[in-house]
Design a protein around this ligand. Structure first.
Ligand SMILES: NC(=O)c1ccc[n+]([C@@H]2O[C@H](COP(=O)([O-])OP(=O)(O)OC[C@H]3O[C@@H](n4cnc5c(N)ncnc54)[C@H](OP(=O)(O)O)[C@@H]3O)[C@@H](O)[C@H]2O)c1
Length: 249
């Protein structure tokens, strides 16, 4: 595999959380193919190392950081490692996410500690990581933060309480970041990737047939466009990944 001749992200550094599998892996490799260098984050080292090898095969420099984005000390460590390896991170994809207990309980049966953990990973982690990486983006006058959302943050699906609340809050935090950073050159958007055949989807909805679901690799184009700017240089949006056709190879 080689990089695309018309790489849209040459000279860009992107940090992707939850990059060891599913959507995060697909986005990281799409970025590598488009010429970006990477910081890739997840808790388990082995799958992350496999993604590093794939990214390096595509010509990317890839820095691996094993960390739990629900732990503020780990988030600090991620930001420090990224800013040591690269002068700044141009693109941050807050993709790592916690579903909560499965089978997914109704709110009435939701343990407050489980709700807290979901909010720590899905909301506090993105907040802290964005805040930690923002300084150099603002100094450069450019940057793109992409928060991965879900329709569960919009629709009140029964059983999706903790996760749905966290994604709704993440969407609102996206809009507020965007308005506060207006004119700074740093854009903040959220993306709803839609249903995809991943481990998280299988854990949430084990009866769904994965062959009827999108592949994460088919949902990466919006992430590339938001990283590259250009026709997708707006901020404060909530974009549906399924509306962006994959680029021609
Ligand atoms: N799949 C769908 O149908 C669907 C639909 C709507 C939205 N989404 C959203 O899309 C995003 C990606 O989901 P996915 O389906 O690709 O999930 P996935 O296949 O379960 O992958 C999750 C990734 O995040 C990492 N991760 C999980 N918790 C973490 C933590 N606390 N700290 C650091 N890394 C962590 C995992 O690696 P480790 O376990 O090694 O940490 C893994 O790399 C999520 O934001 C999800 O909410 C998915």
């Amino acid at each position: 595999m080689t990089r695309l001749p018309t790489a849209r992200l040459a000279g860009t550094t992107a940090l992707v959380t939850g990059a060891s599998q599913g959507l995060g892996r697909a986005v990281a490799l799409a970025y590598a193919r488009e010429g970006a260098d990477l910081v890739i984050v997840a808790r388990r080292p082995e799958p992350l190392e496999l993604v590093r090898a794939e990214a390096e095969e595509l010509g990317a420099r890839a820095v691996v950081v094993t960390a739990d984005v629900g732990d503020p000390d780990d988030v600090e460590r991620v930001a420090a490692a990224a800013l040591t390896a690269f002068d700044r991170v141009d693109v941050l994809v807050n993709n790592a996410s916690e579903l909560g207990p499965t089978p997914m309980p109704y709110l009435l049966d939701t343990d407050p500690d489980a709700l807290r953990r979901v909010l720590d990973v899905n909301l506090l982690g993105p907040f802290l990581l964005t805040r930690a990486l923002l300084g150099p983006m603002l100094a450069a006058g450019r940057g793109s933060v992409i928060n991965v959302s879900s329709d569960a943050g919009v629709v009140g699906y029964p059983g999706w309480g903790a996760y749905g609340v966290s994604k709704a809050a993440l969407d609102q935090m996206t809009r507020i970041w965007a308005s506060e950073l207006d004119g700074s050159g740093v854009r903040v958007n959220s993306v709803d990737p839609g249903d995809m055949a991943t481990a998280m989807h299988a854990a949430a909805l084990p009866d769904d047939d994965p062959s009827t679901l999108a592949r994460p690799e088919d949902r990466t184009e919006v992430f590339v466009r938001l990283a590259a700017g250009g026709d997708a240089d707006a901020s404060g949006g909530r974009l549906e990944a399924a509306e962006f056709a994959p680029a021609e190879a």
